[in-house]
Ligand binder design. Sequence first.
Ligand SMILES: [Zn+2]
Ligand SMILES: [Zn+2]
Length: 760
Amino acid sequence: MTPAASLDDRGLTARRLRLGGRVQGVGFRPFVYRMARREGLAGWVRNLSGQVEIFAQGSIPSLRRFTASLIDEAPSLARPVLLSVAPEAPSRHEQFAVLASDATQPSDVHVPPDQFTCDDCLRELDDPSDRRHRYPFINCTQCGPRYTLIDALPYDRPNTTMAGFPLCADCAREYFDPFDRRFHAEPIACPNCGPHLRFVSDPDKSVMDDTAIEAATAALRVGSVLAVKGIGGYHLVCDAFNPAAIAMLRQRKRRPHKPLAVMLPWNDWALVLGSFACPTQIELGLLADPMRPIVLVARRPESDLPEELAPCLGEIGVMLPYSPLHHLLLERYGGPLVVTSANPSGEPVLTSNAEVEARLGSVVDGFLHHDRPIARPADDPVYRVAHCKPQPIRLGRGNAPAECELSFTLPRPLLALGGQMKATIALGWDRRVVVSPHLGDMDTPRGLALLRKTAEDLQTLYGVRAEAVCCDAHPGYGSTRLARRLGLPVVPVFHHTAHASALAAEFSEECGDWIVFTWDGTGLGPDGTIWGGEALAGGPGRWQRRASIRSFRVLGGDKAARQPWRSARALAWEIGADLASGDAPNDQNIALLRRAWEHGINSPPCSSIGRLFDAAAAVLGLVSVASFEGQAPMYLEAAASGNGRVVPLPLTRDAAGVWRTDWALLLPMLLDERESRVSRAASFHASLAAALVAQAETLRNETGTTRIGLTGGVFQNRLLTETVFDLAQAAGFSVFLPERLPCNDAGLSFGQLIEAAACC
Ligand SMILES: [Zn+2]
Ligand SMILES: [Zn+2]
C-alpha cells in the first residue's frame, strides 16, 4: 500500500491517509497526534464527517512506522480501517496539528455506543487529591456516554447534550492539550463546570452532589424505592436483599412477576455474585465485557437471595456498575441493588426529569436526578449464554447502534421498522446496516412516537436518506402503519422470512442453502394464518415453507398471548378432549367461548410453538394468565429438570406438501399426573427438540442441506436450544443461532432489510 515516494530537498516525503471504521468519539485524533509527534512528523489530522483524514510528512521509515501504528496501537475503543494512502508533495508544515472538523463532506459516520467507566477514570474517582474525586460525571476519550448524548454529528461538544455546560479553565486546558487523556473528550466535565446530582424526596427539599448520594443510600437502607437517572434513562432502584422493598416496588409498579435485574458493587463483585449465583467462566467474562450487559446466571437455590426478585425462575439477571454514578451509589451502599428500567409496561424507558416526576410520583419515594440531558433512550443490553455462546436478548446502551457488515452492496438506502413487540429500527446503505437499541412495544403512543423519532433521528445522524421503508406484512402493526405514512415506497416482509433472513445474513460467509427453524409466538404468514413453528428452506428472497406443526385455532386471537389458559383449552378442544383442571379464570364463560371457537369466531388458525409452550405451562398449573410477555415459556423452562422422556410426534405431509408435526400426543403426557411436573416439563422440551431434528432429517433427505438455523423468540429458551444443538450435531448437522442480534423480534428490522434487498 506504500505509494511511490518523492523526496524534497529536506529529505522529506508526505502522505495523505484516510481512515474509516469507528474513529470518532473514541479519542482517535489525539492518538494520531501522539503517534505523529512520536515519529517527529509534521502535518495535521481532522475529522471528515465519519472518517479521519491525515496529512503527514517526514522520513520514509517514520511514515511507515506511523501508518502501521495507526492500526496496531489504536485506542481500545477504536476500530480503524485504513481506506487510502496517497503520496503528496511535502509542504511548509513544521508542527503537527489537530484541525477543526469538516462537516461538509458526505458521511461515513460511526456512532459509538455508550462506554463503561475506564480504569483511569475510576482511579481518579477514588483519589481524594484529584479534582474529580467522587464526581459522578467523570469521563475521558476512552469512556463515557456517546449515543445517548450526541445530538448531531460531527461528534463535537456543541453537538452533544453537554453544549449547555461551558468548560471551566481547568477542563478547557485538558480539552485543548493534545497530550492530555481528555484532549477533545467531548463530554468532559468537572464539579466546577459540569452536571450535578440532586436528590428529591419531598417536593420542597432537595440536596446536591455527594450529599444527594448520601441521602439516596440512606433512603435505600430503610427500604425506599428510588428513581435514579443513569446513562440512557431512569432506573427503579431498591435493596436487592430486602423482600419488603421489592414487594413494594412490584405492587406500586403493578409488575407482580417480571424478573428484576441486580447491580453488584464493584469491589469483589465476583465474590458477591458467587454467594448467590453460580456463573460460568463465559458468563463472568460477559459481565465484565465493555458493553457491561445484564447477564442471566443460575441462582444458588440455597442462597438467601429473595425469591421475589425473579419468582419461579432459576436465573437472575445481574450487571456491573458502568457509569461513575453507579460506582459511587453501589460503593456507598455496599451491597447489591435492584436496578430495573423505569418504564411503564412495554413502553420505552423514561429519560426526562419532569416526565419521571409526573409519571412515577406514586411509584417511588425519591428521585436521584442529574441535569445532563439524555438525547435518546437506551435500555441496558441483556445476554444469556446458550451452548457456550453469548446470546443477545436485548440491544441497548453499550452494544447499540449495532453495526452489521453486509456481504453485498445495497442497491439503495433502506429503512426497516421491525415488528410490533421489542421493536428496533435498521438503517442500511452501501454495505452497512446499523440497528437501533431496543425501542419497546409498538402498542402504546409513546412507543410509536419513539419509533417515529428514531426513524428520523438515525437518518439524520448517519447523513443517509432512505429511499424505501420495510415493515412487517401484518397490516395492523403500529410500525406498519407508520411505514405507510413516511411517504416512501413500502416493502412489506413476512415475519418469519425476516427472522430467517436475519440469521442467514449474520452468517453470510456460509454459502449455499439453509433450513431455518423460525419458532416464535405470532407472525402473519403469506397464507393469512398465524405462523410460529415454521421450517423455511432456501435463502434470503427465496424462502420456502417446508415444515410446520399441526394447525390449531387459538381461542380469542391476540388475547391468547397473555392468557395461556386459552391455548390449553384450544389444544384440548382441537383433539376432542377436555381439560378437567380449572385453569381458566372464574369469570370466563367457557361454554360460550367453546361455541364461539367451534364457529371460528375470533379463533384464527395458527401453527405457533409459542402457543404450545403457553398451553403446556397452563396445563401444568404454572401460569394461566401471564403478567409479562414470555412468562409461561420461561416458567415452563425453569420447571423442567432431568432429561425428560421423548414422546415421538408423527410427521406427515399435508395437501400443500408441507411436513407437519402433530403435537396431539403431548397433551396426554402433560395431563398424566403419575409423572412429576418437573419431568413432564422436561419431556415437553425433549419431545419438541426431537421433533425439530426429525423435521431437519426429513428436509435433509429432500434438499441435501445440512446447515440449520434456529431463530425466533422460542430459542431464547436455553434448555430447548441446547437440546436441539446436541441432537442435531449428533445427527450430522451444523447448527447456527443468531450471535450479533437477538433471535427474538428485535432482530426483525435487520431481517426485513435483508429480505427486501434480496427481493428487489
Ligand atoms: Zn475514562
Ligand atoms: Zn470543569
